[in-house]
Design a protein around this ligand. Structure first.
Ligand SMILES: CC(C)(COP(=O)(O)OP(=O)(O)OC[C@H]1O[C@@H](n2cnc3c(N)ncnc32)[C@H](O)[C@@H]1OP(=O)(O)O)[C@@H](O)C(=O)NCCC(=O)NCCS
Length: 229
């Protein structure tokens, strides 16, 4: 990493008494990461979508895509029945805290009055401000930019609201649609692992894509400049 990159990060975390500025501990010349304190409290609206906590009423919409073999092809789990989803949705709907390792948000992607998929965001390391993102849509809604729109809102949450420094996505390298989404979001291919997982009766590979907070902010500046011109 170039020294300038670190300067950018720490400069961005020193922007006055913001979310962490007043609580950050000092180690030599640089500030150590501050503890996370975010709790998801209200839905996030984008141009066409709403990201919100799931409720029991969503079970049919969620089963309509999580119950499909094709949707689950590259996921860690297989198709889920309505019965399996009921307790899971109750659990996901109550998961709002993003302060400790393994805390997560599993947010419904709502289009008009239907849940068309979800975004997942997990704290991989609270101490090192590392997050992991994931996404799933109902196939009827592929190809409209909905996953990109929901993922941008989730990254905004991760970097601007929660205060993470790096967010990664881990995927099956055969999952072209997911790789294309990573690339659209500006994520870099960081690593490939060969046969690092025994999954669904075969040895599976893993690809890792990631985005740093300063890359996210630079991308947001570029998008604003493009929108103005
Ligand atoms: C991964 C996944 C979410 C990607 O969905 P997607 O529909 O391809 O992604 P988006 O919703 O961002 O749509 C992008 C497509 O819409 C097009 N599009 C249309 N309007 C658009 C807009 N306003 N903004 C961006 N893209 C737009 C893009 O050109 C792109 O088309 P292309 O696929 O022909 O290149 C989806 O394939 C999926 O849910 N798969 C099953 C679950 C899964 O494997 N999850 C990932 C595990 S790692």
């Amino acid at each position: 990493m170039a020294p300038g990159d670190l300067d950018d990060v720490f400069a961005s975390r020193r922007l006055g008494p913001g979310r962490h500025g007043d609580r950050a501990a000092s180690v030599g010349e640089v500030e150590a990461p501050a503890p996370l304190s975010y709790v998801f409290a209200s839905p996030v609206a984008t141009e066409r979508l709403t990201l919100r906590l799931m409720t029991a009423d969503d079970v049919n919409d969620v089963a309509a895509y999580q119950g499909r073999e094709d949707v689950c092809r590259y996921l860690l789990h297989g198709p889920r029945s309505r019965e399996e989803l009921v307790p899971k949705i109750a659990e996901w709907g109550a998961a709002t805290r993003m302060t400790r390792d393994h805390d997560y948000l599993q947010l419904a992607i709502q289009l008009a009055d239907r849940v068309i998929g979800h975004m997942f965001l997990r704290i991989a390391s609270a101490e090192s401000l590392q997050g992991e993102i994931g996404w799933t849509l109902h196939p009827d809604f592929f190809g409209n930019g909905y996953a990109s729109e929901a993922a941008r809102a989730t990254l905004r949450l991760a970097f601007d609201d929660i205060g993470l420094r790096r967010v990664r996505a881990e995927l099956d390298p055969r999952n072209d649609a997911s790789i294309a989404l990573c690339v659209r979001l500006g994520m870099r291919h960081e690593a490939s692992f060969r046969q690092d997982m025994w999954l669904k009766g075969e040895w599976a590979d893993t690809g890792v894509y990631a985005l740093l907070v300063q890359e996210w902010r630079a991308g947001a500046r570029d998008r604003r400049a493009r929108d103005r011109s």
